[in-house]
Design a protein around this ligand. Sequence first.
Ligand code: SF4
Length: 438
Amino acid sequence: MANPRVGFISLGCPKALVDSEQIITRLRTEGYEVSPTYQDADLVVVNTCGFIDAAVEESLDSIGEALAENGKVIVTGCLGASKEDEIRKRHPQVLSITGAHATDEVVTAVHEHLPPAHNPFTHLVPPQGIKLTPDHYAYLKISEGCNHRCSFCIIPSMRGDLVSRPIDEVLQEAENLAKAGVKELLIVSQDTSAYGLDLKYQPRNWKGQAYEARLYDLAKALGELDIWTRMHYVYPYPHVDNIIPLMAEEKVLPYLDIPFQHADSRLLKLMKRPAAAENNLQRIKAWKEICPEMTLRSTFIVGFPGETEQEFNELLQFLTEAQMDRVGCFAYSPVDGATANELPDAVPEEIKQHRLEEFMAHQAKISAAKLEQRIGKKEIVLVDEVVEEGAVARSKADAPEIDGQVFIDGATHLKVGQFVEVQIEEADDHDLWGHIVT
Ligand code: SF4
């Protein structure tokens, strides 16, 4: 009998991608095939995103497309938690709906509508599980949920409070990935700095050594794997200072992705941001003294309710002083169910858009100047893609999908996943060009 085949659509952020990988890994373990087309699939799972209005629409459209093309659809993910009624109203034929991080429930729903073939010996899954990323990098989710209640965000209502994975489990997965050829681990969660808080930092033994479930121990142990480890979604709490020396020694990449969201303390309090009271500029300065090579990435929101011209200018000033390397920015838009919707003094749409443009132009100048300083330097890069014109790589300063790239013209002999040393020869606002050092 042919094995049952499941189609999979994965939308949203890296945390949702990791949920998809866990579901697919379970299904493959049980003998299900993964089908790349609707036509060949016996059933389709759609992992949705519900973060902003555009993502909600994309998710609802994808469910509609899967229903039209295949007919048997199971829905999971953030939208399932926040808008179950709307999904049922628009698409009453869906077979089941669950929220994010619901591997067990999704697999149960698949069993119900597409029973597994009984053949446990011929469908062995590699120890690193099934990955949706290219073979040379992988996201590693260390916790689920969040204890904060930022006023613009509804993630805690969709994903619940913080639940950290035991540290030995995380380290085992990291080692499996490294053994399978992964060259770069991207640590993700909702709040990486909070890792282990819910476990009361419970220690576990791994390879004969005790490690506490806390950020420092995790970074230190990952540093022994001898591959790139990149930290995302770190909040600037004082204990983050402890991992900076590990970055200076390059045990983990000298790269921090810190979603600051704003610089003004009044707005940060209105946003109910974690670590809102910290002096971030002072902290960044101290970090750079220990690790001058550090790359800082952040995201910001402009046009939050009540943001004055002066507060916006303060944000621009913060960018200048912090000298961030990589920055993303959103014009504030209300999310259904977020408490920020009740705040007075909404900023008019055209002012928000104007501030967004001004912000991006301001940062582009900072970024261009910082990239120019790298011309002439020799850097190790990781090859992501080889195309007709040459190789497309990333430096230690660049995370996949969100940061810049390093183009190596003519280097078509390189292999994806290869580390190579290049000399930087050209830069624009976001990307670099270089040649191989022989
Ligand atoms: S830290 Fe704030 S923005 Fe991030 S998931 Fe938690 S509540 Fe949402």
